[in-house]
Design a protein around this ligand. Sequence first.
Ligand code: UDX
Length: 436
Amino acid sequence: MNSMKPSKITIIGTGYVGLVTGTCFAQVGHRVVCVDSDISKVKMLQAGGIPIYEPGLEEMVKENVASGRLSFTNSTKEGVEKSDIIFIAVPTPAQPDGGVDLSFIEAVAREIAAHMTSYKIVVDKSTVPVKTGDKVAETIKRYSKSKVEFDVVSNPEFLREGFAVEDLMKPDRVVIGTRSQRPVQAMKEVYTPFGAPIIVTDINSAELIKHAANSFLALKISYINAVATICEASGANIEEVANGIGMDNRIGRRFLNAGIGFGGSCFPKDLSAFIKISEQLGYDFGLLKEVQRINSQQMERFLKKITETLWVIKDKKIGVLGLAFKQNTDDVRMSPAIDLCQRLLKDGATLRVYDPQGMEKAKSLLPKTVTFVTDMNKVAEGCDALIIATEWPVFKTLDLDHARKTMSHPILFDGRNLFDPVEMEKLGFIYKSVGR
Ligand code: UDX
C-alpha cells in the first residue's frame, strides 16, 4: 500500500454507497465518522450488525470499528465538527416524471451550513443531475451563520452492488470535480491509498461523467438484448456473437450478457434522470429512450416465450430461481425477477421461489400465496415449468436430474443464459433461453 496521511472524514448517509465508502476509507487508514438520521440503523452498526448483504463488508465494518477508525452517530453536528472532509451520500430518489428528488441533498447542505465553524470540503458522492454542485454551494453559503470558507467537490461513485467492496478498493478511476485548486490535495490524499488514476475536472463534468457512464452501460445491455432478438430470428447464438464482438478491445465483453433486462436502483433511475436533464437542457436524447424501450420489451418477449410454451398460465405451478435484481445482492428494488413474478401471479400462476439472499426483502413485495422454498433444489418439485430470473452463479450447480424427475413437466426458461441449450436438451428438458 502507498504511504499515506490519514484524513478525517465524515460520511452523511449510511446506505449502500455511504456505508461501503466509509468502511473502505477506514480500511486504508482514514478516521471515519458515518452519520445516519435513522437511530435504529446507527445502533445496529455500532453493535457490529449491517443492514445490507454485501460480500466482505460485515467483517470489514467489525474490524474497523474495533480499531477505532470507524464510528457511527446520528448527530450531523458531531460529524461536521469532527472532520475536515464531509461526504454527502444520501438517496436521490426518482420522481414520477423521471426527474430526481434532491430534497435530501438540500437538507444535508443546510445542516452542514448550520454546524460549520472552520473550513470544510463538502463532497457530493450521491448521483445527482449536472449543476447540483453549484446549488449545494449556494445553499451552504445562504444557510451558514458565519462566513466560514468551504469548497464543494463532486466525487461520483461507480460501485456495483454485490461487488461494492472490490469496486471501492480497486476503482478503475477516481473522479474529482472542483471549482478551485484548494481541495485537490486533500482529496488526493483520501484516494492515494487506492492506487487508482485520479481525474481532476470541473464539477459539471464530474456530475455528467456519472450519468453518462451508467447510461452507456445500460445502452450496452440493451444493444446486446436487441442483437439477441436478431439471433433468435436468424438461428445465430448470442453467446458466440457477444464473445466475438467482446474480444475487440474497443468494445470489451463485460455488460454484453443478454437476458431479461437490467433493473436495480441505479440504471433505470439514472437513465430516466439523464433523459430528463437532457430535455431540460434542450436536447431530446432519443437514443436513451430507445434503451429504455428495448429493456421493457425484453421482459415482454420473455413472457411471450413462456405463454407460447405453457399456453395458459392460470393454475400452472411455476418455480422461479432468483428474486434479487442481480447476483451477489439481497436488493430486490426494481428487480426484473420480481416484475416477472408479479406478472405471472396476475395471470393466475402459483409460484415457488428461491433466492440465495433476496428472500426476506422479496417477502414484502410478493403476496403470501407465494411459497418461499429454502432449498434451491426443491423449487422445481411438482412444477409445470422452472424459470431462472437472476444470474446467481450458484444456479449453475442446480441438481438438474432431480429437477427433471420431480417436475410435472421438465420445461426450463433460462432468462440469464446460465445453461447450454444442447446439454439441456440431452438431459431431457424443453429449454428456452435468450438469443439462442
Ligand atoms: C450499476 C453500475 O454498474 C455502477 O457502476 C453504478 O455505480 C451503479 O449502477 P448496479 O446497479 O449495482 O451497478 O449493478 P450492475 O452490475 O451494473 O447491473 C445492473 C443490472 O444490469 C442488473 O439487473 C443486471 O442483471 C443487468 N445486467 C448487467 C445485464 O442484464 N447484463 C449484463 O451484461 C450486465
